[in-house]
Design a protein around this ligand. Sequence first.
Ligand code: ADP
Length: 246
Amino acid sequence: MLNISNLTKRYGKVTACEGINLDIADGEVAILLGPNGAGKSTLLKSVTGLLKYDGAIFIKDYHNKTPEARRIMGYIPEMPALYPNLTVSEHMEFIARAYRLENYRERADRLIDAFELTDKKKKFGDELSKGMQQKLNICLGLLPDPEFVIMDEPMIGLDPHAIKQLKLIIEEMRQRGRTVLISTHIIDSVDMLWDRTIIMQGGVIRADITKARLDAAGKTLEEFFFAVTEGVSIEDVRQSSEVFGG
Ligand code: ADP
């Protein structure tokens, strides 16, 4: 589904991603895990075509900036970008029109209901709390039912009910063969819902491991994460080409 070769992104003197190679298979639920500043958001924004970068990114053999690739991808950004003068319902309608969705209302209502926004349908974007904005942000990203969903720190600001709903939706997407790439810096938010975890640190991939392999090694993700990331400097990380678990 996703093929990244030699992705490097610099913001002035800051190298946010350096020489990243990554493939995500069709139907995989992959977690991009790493501390703050590791380069996760930069990687995801590069994939969605929002940034300029060096390297090549393909979605199912389409260059990521082509309309074909954009139709396959859905992106849920870390910061919700809502319109202050559109209501919750109007936001959903806006996405439905942009993607030319037909018969979307039932799916829209189900999503809004799952995230407990039904009684907020007539509220404007700027009348919603931060948590509600994030829930609507997720509903908007999921409405077109994309084949490949990219979520940047989706659990931030969600209440426990919404986290549970999101996990159920991810599980349901996996069962329907959807491909999911989720970034997070919170290991606890990951628990059961992944096939593969990619650990980033200092702009590079430090580890890449499947759940099956980690289970076979009798380790928790937390143990593995700290074994990989603790006690190393960014300079050490950049100079080492070792990828754990792979
Ligand atoms: P993460 O998502 O893992 O927290 P980011 O991709 O947001 O990491 O950031 C990676 C690095 O790039 C950090 O050092 C961050 O400060 C820097 N960075 C991110 N966005 C910008 C930007 N727009 N301008 C300058 N530096 C940035």
